[in-house]
Design a protein around this ligand. Structure first.
Ligand SMILES: [Zn+2]
Length: 254
């Protein structure tokens, strides 16, 4: 029997039979993990009622040698993030971020930067310290950067000409090619093409490359923010290969 402990953020809870729950965590030490919480469905007291989505816990997990599902042994509270549970819009954003992490990253690969990004973003939501719309643009841009899927925004994806050398103030953005294409390379029609202003392209590129705190200090004007949101919320489903359920819900909610 092997045990490990780690700080972990609860992403998803699923019923498993009459007594148990399957819990998916983003853990700091082991990355994304799914564990079985025995008797947690039958009795909330078993884990002191702490198994709530988006709470940050210290967890102790037992792993078996025969590749069975790891078993949750103990939990204690690190940060409740209680206000997220009270707000529909906060819950919708947090659910979207959780779904991106669940759908995108590999299990058992520690992702400390993504862990910090999620904890930071949830804390801002919880304390109402930032607009959820701003936080959502930053979360998506930083998440794509940290997973290596960031859209290419500094130059043409095909020929490499820098955005600064492009004449037009509105640029083509090709979802399938993963970034900006210049006028010369955009001759063939593409149903994956949209447009982005040069200003928004620069703004998004800064958010991707700055750390999260520095990105938060950027000034967000509504036009760039809305355009960045439109690009990211088209880019994410295209590269994930499906529309996240929580993103659809978020769009309906708006
Ligand atoms: Zn080009």
């Amino acid at each position: 029997m092997l045990c490990f402990s780690s700080p972990a953020i609860l992403l998803k809870r699923t019923d498993f039979g009459d007594y148990d729950l399957i819990i998916s965590f983003l853990s700091f030490n082991r990355g994304k993990i799914s564990v079985i919480a025995k008797n947690a469905k039958k009795s909330r007291k078993r884990f002191s009622g702490l198994l709530e989505p988006f709470t940050e816990l210290d967890i102790v997990v037992r792993t078996s040698r025969n590749n069975g599902m790891p078993v949750l042994q103990e939990v204690s509270m690190k940060s409740p993030l209680a206000d997220i549970h009270g707000g529909l819009i906060e819950t919708a954003y947090a659910s979207y971020w959780a779904e991106l992490i669940l759908g995108w990253i590999e299990a058992f690969q520690p992702q400390p930067e993504i862990y910090r990004l999620l904890r930071y973003s949830l804390n801002k939501l919880d304390r109402h310290a930032a607009s959820p719309h701003v936080m959502n643009v930053i979360f998506q841009a930083r998440f794509l950067h940290l997973t290596g899927f960031a859209p290419h925004l500094e130059s043409c994806v095909t020929c490499g000409i820098p955005v600064d050398n492009m004449q037009s103030s509105r640029l083509f953005f090709d979802l399938a090619k993963g970034g900006i294409v210049c006028d010369g390379c955009s001759a063939e029609e593409s149903r994956f093409r949209t447009t982005i202003s040069k200003g928004t392209a620069k703004f998004l590129s800064w958010i991707q490359s700055y750390d999260t705190d520095a990105a938060m200090r950027l000034r967000f004007d509504d036009r760039s923010l809305n355009e960045a949101r439109r690009i990211l919320e088209a880019f994410v489903p295209h590269h994930l290969g499906r529309m996240p359920k929580s993103l659809k819900f978020l769009k309906d909610l708006r």
